[in-house]
Design a binder for this molecule. Structure first.
Ligand SMILES: [Zn+2]
Length: 363
């Protein structure tokens, strides 16, 4: 007969186990020793529960060479980053996992393969810029994971009514505010990652006068200077004789008339702080218009980045190609292909004429 007992760190919450035998992601440092340990425990798990590992499903593959760059970019933006958002919002993701996933996305995006070397056409950082700043609106996983950690931290600080927050309060904090918690040597990795984003989150907390008694006197940024804790040394803090967990509304001597405030964290402000930035571009709005054909929009985007494989660039790379334009015999460059070529000029003339804008070949 199987005997169940509560998890040794979750007696108060009456949790029997912290892992469920549904779809599972196991994150470990990719060393032979770690893989063997995981394999061993999965075998033991299989023997006890008779739930064997399905090796066919244990795979991460991306492959769609037949898609255009635009199609692949769309797939990455909608599906891959959707998965990434989900996982980042629930658990801290190690840096090397983020790096590995990004490497695979790059290979898939540029060459349509699931792994191996790739030929990058545009700097990776450019892709992370919003459309209006000339990028492709991809989400940087590293920055996004910091935002998600900030959200987890805020859930703890604001005592959100979830089982996980309750568990963290009981097992990790034990009555200490998360803002004042001092890291210990044996703290688990995920917990250290959450604590590490405290300065970032504090900086972006918004205090507004309103209803509520949840503002902590020492740790919440209820005045323009930020948290009082950061501005006083140990002696000054002790001289005030205010308990560490005191609420602002309880400190009557400093806030006569029971002034009440609420603190909130706006996730988009946190994202604005950590995301890649560049100046707004004038063409961002019309290039990605819903009336445009994605494939052509991406060609224009490469043109604007000066990254199309025109013959002048191929020659610069040392390739033996005829540098002349097949349409007019001129030297093929970006400007030539789209504006200076006699063929391109004729195309523009016809388009402008139909639009009623034609005022002569030179205009
Ligand atoms: Zn030409």
């Amino acid at each position: 007969m199987l005997v169940f007992s509560f998890h040794h760190l979750s007696q108060a919450e009456q949790i029997t186990h912290t892992r469920f035998a549904d779809d599972m992601v196991i994150v470990v440092s990719p060393t032979q020793r770690n893989i063997k340990i995981v394999q061993y425990y999965l075998e033991v798990f299989g023997e006890i529960t008779r739930l064997k590992l399905n090796c066919v499903k244990v795979k991460f593959t991306l492959g769609a060479r037949q898609l255009s760059f635009g199609g692949r970019a769309q797939l990455v933006r909608s599906s891959i980053f959707g998965l990434q958002n989900f996982w980042c919002a629930n658990i801290p993701i190690p840096k090397y996992v983020i790096h590995e996933v990004e490497q695979r996305i790059r290979t898939f995006l540029w060459d349509g393969k699931d792994k191996g070397p790739y030929h990058s056409k545009v700097a990776w950082k450019t892709l992370f810029l919003p459309l209006k700043e000339g990028g492709l609106g991809f989400k940087c996983m590293l920055s996004w994971s910091r935002v998600c950690l900030g959200k987890l931290l805020w859930n703890i600080a604001s005592m959100k009514q979830t089982l996980w927050v309750q568990w963290v309060q009981n097992v990790r904090l034990k009555g200490v505010s998360v803002w004042a918690y001092k890291r210990r040597g044996r703290d688990p990795w995920y917990w250290c990652k959450i604590l590490k984003v405290r300065p970032l989150v504090r900086q972006k907390l918004q205090v507004s006068v309103g209803n509520g008694d949840n503002v902590l006197f020492w740790y919440d940024p209820w005045c323009a200077l930020g948290p009082v804790w950061d501005y006083l040394d140990e002696t000054e803090r002790a001289s005030l004789q205010i308990p560490l967990g005191a609420k602002l509304s309880e400190v009557e001597w400093i806030m006569p008339g029971a002034r009440r405030q609420t603190v909130r964290l706006v996730q988009s402000h946190l994202w604005g702080e950590v995301r890649c930035r560049s100046a707004t571009v004038s063409w961002g709005k019309w290039l990605w218009s819903c009336y445009g054909i994605p494939k052509f929009a991406f060609i224009v985007w490469f043109l604007l980045q000066n990254r199309l494989r025109t013959k002048d660039r191929l020659c610069r790379w040392g390739m033996e190609v005829d540098p002349h334009c097949v349409l007019c015999g001129g030297f093929e460059t970006h400007d030539h292909l789209f504006f200076e070529c006699s063929y391109a000029a004729e195309v523009w003339r016809v388009i402008l004429q139909r639009l009623g804008e034609y005022r002569g070949a030179k205009s």
